[in-house]
Design a protein around this ligand. Structure first.
Ligand code: AMP
Length: 397
């Protein structure tokens, strides 16, 4: 199934290898507050060093504006990466990314050396997949390695454009791992296969729902998106989040699940409040209906128990999106219950990136999951059944 070449399929000894990594780390006053993404890139970087490549790393960081580049420099990442690797990571701070400083630094490299280029988004053409920047990047490299799963759904110069101008383009270990776990879960799951979808809006997940309904045995829906499904069936949802223009769609999906023999689960009780506020008093409803003055902010205890039970019977579970407003302690119980059910399960558990990945890590269940994706948008597009351009552009085996 996995048909793209990897770093192990090509010779790297003595070659200049441009590696697109995802060093888009959170920074506070120039200090990295979460270095998971740096750690995620280490297996590929270490393999290339050990195999005598000249390792030229590149990444974007945030969304720099032409008149305010400095806060988005990758300098702090180069420093931290040097400490983690225990070897110098040269940082040719070049506003052109591949300008005179970078070219000189590359020329001076020996096998096993590592440099990090400046933030690729210092060049405005990066996000437009501009050819001049793609050629600049390729001009300092023999081969290209993409290991940035988090941006694999974007066709940018450093993810797609550059591949047209190098000898070969392959994926690194992180992308390989993401595709293995996400791909195997979706395409050859051990059954029963259960998907759990939450988050704010139905409209964001329409294609994911449609694609997963053709694959899963059960589909669990929680979070803000559940209320559109409940209202469509005639329940009262009070002031809960509802997408009026998606009511027909929700009914169609309920029908489609029936036709396909997919068990579709919706909340049977809720934790509600009279306002959207972290200090709002949480009230547990008796059943599915919500009174006019209240809004659903979390699944209720009966629902949490039901979802945990269904999940515990599955052999493959994919989870994307929180069950409620988990950022507010009073409305995090449903998300915690689902995270705990997955942590206790011996099924293959795959967590889509973004909020559910953050929730699982914050709750300390990270190492209990089979795989936590590093890409929010990319993993969603993958679950939609789309081919990610940054992966499509790589050489086939
Ligand atoms: P998403 O990015 O679509 O996965 O949505 C995540 C967001 O959905 C989080 O910020 C949650 O606070 C929010 N959310 C989850 N449940 C609800 C709800 N019942 N009402 C409003 N927002 C919600």
């Amino acid at each position: 199934m996995f048909s793209k070449k990897t770093i192990e399929d090509i010779a790297v000894q003595g070659k200049s290898v441009l590696v697109r990594v995802d060093f888009n780390v959170p920074l506070k006053d120039g200090v990295i507050t979460d270095e998971n993404r740096i750690v995620g890139a280490l297996p590929t970087i270490k393999y290339l060093i050990a195999n005598g490549a000249k390792v030229i790393l590149c990444s974007h960081l945030g969304k720099p504006k032409a008149d305010n580049l400095a806060p988005f420099t990758l300098a702090p990442v180069a420093k931290r990466l040097s400490e983690i690797l225990g070897q110098e990571v040269a940082f040719p701070a070049d506003v052109e990314v591949v300008g005179p400083n970078a070219r000189e630094a590359v020329k001076a490299m020996k096998n096993g050396d590592v440099i990090l280029l400046e933030n690729t988004r210092y060049r405005a053409e990066e996000t437009k997949n501009g050819e001049a920047f793609s050629k600049d990047l390729a001009s300092i490299a023999d081969v290209f390695v993409n290991d940035a799963f988090g941006t694999a759904h974007r066709a940018h110069s450093s993810t797609v454009g550059v591949t047209a101008f190098v000898e070969s383009s392959v994926c690194g270990y992180l992308i390989q791992k993401e595709l293995k776990f996400l791909g195997e879960a979706v395409d050859k799951p051990v059954r029963p296969f259960c998907a759990i979808l939450g988050g704010a809006k139905v409209s964001d997940k329409i294609k994911v729902i449609e694609n997963l309904l053709t694959k899963v045995d059960s589909l669990i829906i929680g979070g803000g998106m559940a209320y559109t499904f409940l209202k469509a069936q005639g329940y009262t949802v009070g002031k809960s989040l509802v997408e009026e223009d998606k009511l027909d769609y929700a009914l169609k999906m309920i029908e489609s699940a029936k036709e396909k023999g997919v068990e579709l689960l919706l909340p049977i009780d809720h934790i509600v409040a009279s306002e959207f506020n972290k200090d709002a008093a949480p009230v547990v409803t008796e059943g599915i209906d919500i009174d006019a003055d209240f809004m659903g902010l979390d699944i209720g205890p009966k629902t949490a128990a039901l979802y945990a039970e269904v999940a515990s019977k599955a052999k493959t579970i994919i989870w994307n999106g929180p069950m409620g407003v988990f950022e507010f302690e009073n409305f995090a119980k449903g998300t915690v219950a689902v995270a705990k059910a997955l942590a206790d399960s011996d099924a293959t558990t795959v967590i889509g990136g973004g909020d559910s990945a953050a929730a699982v890590n914050i709750l300390g269940f990270g190492d209990k999951m089979t795989h936590i994706s590093t890409g929010g948008g990319a993993s969603l597009e993958f679950l939609e059944g789309l081919v990610l351009p940054g992966i499509e552009a790589l050489n086939d085996k």
